[in-house]
Design a protein. Structure first.
Length: 280
């Protein structure tokens, strides 16, 4: 699904030809970040785990299923919504085992709680929010994590929605967010501010990709495409989860990953092709 079908079709065909020519299998590994002759190929997995323990979609099984999916699919990037802080190190261990001997980084950002001025909490007392896992070549780059609370919030909802980004080897700014589900207009404002203001400010010369439960649909009212800049690509799971990428990053081969009713969203898996060639 793209906002400019003809341009997207041409780019996807080119990417697919690239993947075939490179002999990449169904689970393509990332190309070496020292190889500037080829683009970098990364697989990104978006998961909404509904693991706060408070929502009606909570099953207590989503973490186990998420671990299985990460082990099976071997993504290079994982974005996590509706999780508890302690879920991140658990899934990081699975992720690190998949990428044995490679560098990995993880990050977590809690949602705010307006009544207390502190963090929103899971039923187990841990902070509740969004997280991110990434395979990197240089895990010790300083200043590689960016986070914040959206300036626009639904004042009728005590949860203050958050965003989180990780700089992946200064080649890609990988981000996630979980937008307001109580007001489509607020979700649209949060989406627009993140894509138009926040990400361009912090990404520097690298491309960026945002994955998350945006609580907006393509063709809905409002339409998620109205907050997507015209030079960005976007794919979705047919519902509320989206992956949005800037120019220089091509999204290919999107598919939904079954979560066996452990959560109320499927996984959303896509291949990213990042043009690492220096400008001429």
């Amino acid at each position: 699904m793209a906002d400019r079908p003809s341009r997207y079709t041409r780019r996807v065909v080119a990417v697919c030809l690239l993947l075939v020519a490179a002999g990449l299998p169904g689970r393509p590994p990332a190309t070496s970040t020292t190889d500037t002759a080829r683009p970098t190929v990364l697989r990104m997995l978006q998961l909404n785990l509904c693991n706060s323990g408070r929502a009606g979609c909570y099953t207590g099984r989503s973490m186990a299923v998420a671990a299985e999916v990460i082990d099976t699919e071997a993504p290079d990037l994982v974005t996590l919504n509706e999780i508890c802080q302690g879920d991140v190190p658990v899934l990081r261990r699975v992720f690190a085992a998949v990428h044995h001997g490679r560098g990995v980084v993880s990050a977590f950002q809690p949602a705010g709680d307006r009544p207390s001025g502190a963090d929103t909490r899971c039923r187990n007392g841990q902070p509740y929010g969004v997280g991110l896992l990434a395979r990197v070549e240089t895990p010790d780059i300083p200043g590689g994590v960016h986070r914040g609370i959206h300036p626009t919030q639904d004042l009728a909802d005590p949860e203050e929605r958050a965003w989180l980004c990780v700089d992946v080897d200064r080649r890609l700014l990988a981000c996630t967010t979980h937008l307001a589900n109580t007001s489509y207009r607020v979700a649209l404002a949060q989406c627009g501010h993140l894509l138009d203001t926040v990400l361009p400010t912090i990404r520097g010369n690298s491309g960026s990709v945002l994955a998350g439960d945006l609580n907006l649909r393509a063709g809905g009212d409002p339409d998620v495409r109205s907050c997507t800049p015209p030079d960005h690509q976007r794919v979705d799971d047919g519902a509320l989860q989206h992956i949005v990428a800037t120019g220089g990053v091509t999204i290919c081969c999107r598919r939904s990953v079954p979560m066996r009713e452990a959560t109320d969203h499927p996984g959303l898996l896509a291949t990213l092709v990042i043009d690492d060639r220096p400008p001429t």
